[in-house]
Write a protein that binds this ligand. Sequence first.
Ligand SMILES: [Zn+2]
Length: 314
Amino acid sequence: MEAFELMKSIRWSDTNGEPVCPCCGSVKKPFFLKTRMQFRCRECFHTFSVTSGTVFAGHKLSLQTYLLAIALFTNAAKSISALQLSRDLDVQYKTAWVLTHKIRESLMEYNLQDKFEGTVEMDGVYVNGYIRPANNIDDRVDRRKVFKPNKRVIISVRQRATLSDEAIGAIKTKTFVLKSENATDIRTIAYNHIKAGTAIHADESNAYDDLHAHYTMRRVNHQIEYRGDNGENNNQSESYNARFRRMQYGQLHKVGNLYLSNYANEIAYREDTRRWSNGAIFRDILTKALHAPVSNEFCGYWQGNKRVSERLGA
Ligand SMILES: [Zn+2]
């Protein structure tokens, strides 16, 4: 019952927790079907629950289980694997897999609104480019020269906190999955998401050379130094990359390309909220899960409803 009240208050925060019909928008106090914990609209007679129209729609688990899943997800600084969650919640692996992905998906919409400004860092981290060396030394090839079809790069764009902000480090982050760190995509990302004139810190990769025309570029050559003579550095990007690696190697072990954009965004969210209290993060994720536009993507996943292609691009 406590879980029900909490979800009700967050789902319908605009009306002080009073249910709003998701079908016709009526705010007339609906009938409450107590045995089913459902509401029935007085105007259109639509029946709905506290999770109808949210990522948890048509739920089969108890509301407490969803809250516990979000709490465990919140506490996992380098993410949580479906295997771990299935043990902690005592549910099937498949159930836990879908649950973690529904939570990740509800985090996707965040940070879409404003363009980045002030001081920004951009950098890429490569994933899934590993080729196992052949057993026999004579069969081994120069792996630098082999085409790696699964190799991807995650470009993170992070806006630094300004001196007047309470926060330090970065305050917002967006991520993009590309097949390579190339000038065309980097330019598109920058033009679409960063205001002209912004100071951008980037490394020596020539993919960033075109940005000099519209931005104040601060380059740092990592081959020789981590911090340029004038304070050029990519510390926030490095922090992002490091957390992504900790998730990859420490928790998930394998991050498939199909859902790479979701994993990349999850780490962006975790980096941006790292100084918040656990209680604040829990409430924020629950709010997002109960307000995110309904995605049917993970409904019936194990019955064959799978994402068909990755989300790539700028
Ligand atoms: Zn209605």
